[in-house]
Design a binder for this molecule. Sequence first.
Ligand code: FAD
Length: 468
Amino acid sequence: MDLGALSGIVGTEHVLTGDAARASELDWRERYAGKALAVVRPGCTEEVARVVRWCADRGIGIVPQGGNTGLCGGATPDMSGTQLILSLQRLDRIRAIDTDNDTLVAEAGCVLQAIQEAARNADRLFPLSLAAEGSCTIGGNLATNAGGTQVLRYGNARELVLGLEAVTASGEIMHGLKGLRKDNTGYDLRNLLIGSEGTLGVITAATLKLYPQPAAQRTTLLALQSIEDAVTVLAAARKGFGAALTGFELIAGSCLHGVVRCYPQQRIPFDGASAAMPWFALLELSDSESAGHAQERFETVLGALMASGHIADAAIAETVAQSRALWHLRESIPLSEKAFGKSVKHDISLPVSAIARFVKETNALLQQSFPGVEHVVFGHLGDGNLHYNVAAGTGRTEAELLAQQDRIFAIVLDSVARFDGSISAEHGIGQLKRGLLPRYKDPVAMALMRDIKRALDPLGIMNPGKLL
Ligand code: FAD
């Protein structure tokens, strides 16, 4: 295929093939490898539109890619060598910040951390936060409707967006960057594109909501005897802190021990029996008044929970550095997991009230069929979102575990369905769960999604083989 016309659009140095394309052809988890026709890196929205038109004219599949940190193989092409990776990384400008309107306009390739920093420099908060924030892009965050650690207070990525600019599957530009809180003018195309995983169009820019910076934050790691205690502590923290509760992460003890085994410079801030507790929770309070007010609320709520025995021990961060170290422990879990080998991952959501029973029953079912597997469980308990991962454990190799992936999926996801949960809480469907979706999603909803896909992408060129 002659790629000369693409070079004419984006410049020869931004059409990558062969070894130069290799890193983009492999996903973050190294579970999916593909072969692209080329990686094309446009530098502005107009260039994105011209590249999409070039592909549409030839029926060439387009795989949009941001930071390539997605966990479902959504940004990886197939092995045919006929699909084009459309990298948005050069669209990395913050176009505007409006502090009166509390909005920021960012291009799709802006790294999430750069947006957080730009907001902070304007004395505002952009609250989306996840462990991949140093390399994931806002376009990818919106395409997957990412969640992260602050959903409890601020919602998913979708709830942080007021406007979108996007390129349709036919290469037209939809201009929708108005920063309005109210705009009831028909179908909500913005929210259709958010979470569509690159299957309906290419997001090129977004108008994002900003919030006030909290006056003070308090962070603590709690040692807990049981998952039931975690649920009780969450309910009490919600009641006691209200909207000031900005984080509540559940962590199995084995995950924390895995982090310090992998990164010996990190430490669990407990000794003896507390360090050996089966569960931990990372709780964050963001107070809009003062440090003193935050401390007072913290002591009242946590003091009562310790007195009632629901919290076994608490390590309260006294400094910003200590708070960062606690969050760093939590954020290092996926990296330490990766270092110890591949696992079968489930990003699921459940009613919070069902989580303790789900974990116990599903652990038992897995042990019946796969004795000795290791349960790697952590997640955003405040949102009912668990990362329920299954590692090889004892008695089998990593390859033997992965060969059983479909059976493990069936056990875990059938259990999720019994508890009225969702098979994808925040990572999306991608390639990983595409085959599973029809089994767990309402058939009428599936049919409507296929109709929408046909209407917006009649040639089927947008991220083929993903989601549907
Ligand atoms: P990519 O991986 O490049 O793409 C992801 C999907 O979006 C693909 O389907 C791709 O085709 C599509 N896409 C990308 N850009 C565009 C665009 N501009 N227009 C249209 N489609 C596009 N996720 C959470 O929700 N919460 C977490 O807490 C969380 N933690 C993580 C921790 C680690 C260590 C890692 C590696 C990942 C984590 N993730 C988490 C996964 C998360 O989905 C991604 O990190 C991020 O949202 C994807 O952004 P990206 O730019 O890397 O997208």
